[in-house]
Design a protein around this ligand. Structure first.
Ligand SMILES: [Zn+2]
Ligand SMILES: [Zn+2]
Ligand SMILES: [Zn+2]
Length: 145
């Protein structure tokens, strides 16, 4: 599903950080690697566990702050479902798309994107600098119809 290799994606994130004047410190690199390896869709605490499998010395606050930084840079997005903790979603080249079943909570990923044009229209209309989008369609999956 992910067309980019782990290394390419790590490089993309490294470049994005550098452009904004941030360094990819070794703890940040570990956190980003953990995030890419598990493919996102993970809470901060879930990610902390994955990070600790790689490096026990990375602290919880570093994980939280790095997630905040990556969100600010538009590389990931927190998603709030119900009352639980936020899940972090990777924005692959600035976008991510879901179909979500209200019956069984299944999440189906899809790559097709017809929204770039709409982004441009909205950008002009609201004088808004669009950096990405996360789209979720809600409905019923085949089994739940
Ligand atoms: Zn369903
Ligand atoms: Zn997803
Ligand atoms: Zn898209």
């Amino acid at each position: 599903m992910n067309t980019n290799s782990l290394d390419t994606r790590l490089e993309d994130i490294q470049t994005a950080l550098k452009q904004k004047g941030y360094r990819l410190t070794s703890s940040r690199q570990t956190i980003v690697e953990a995030l890419l390896t598990c493919g996102g869709h993970i809470t901060a605490d879930g990610l902390l566990e994955v990070v600790h499998e790689i490096d026990q010395t990375v602290g919880r606050m570093t994980v939280y702050r790095t997630l905040e930084l990556l969100s600010e840079l538009g590389l990931i997005r927190p998603v709030y479902q119900g009352t639980g903790a936020a899940h972090y979603i990777l924005l692959d080249r600035g976008h991510h798309h879901h179909l979500i079943c209200s019956g069984c909570d299944a999440v189906i990923e899809f790559e097709e994107c017809g929204l770039q044009e709409m982004g441009q229209l909205l950008a002009e209309r609201f004088n808004f600098m669009v950096e990405g989008h996360l789209v979720e369609f809600y409905g019923r999956c085949q089994n739940c119809q």
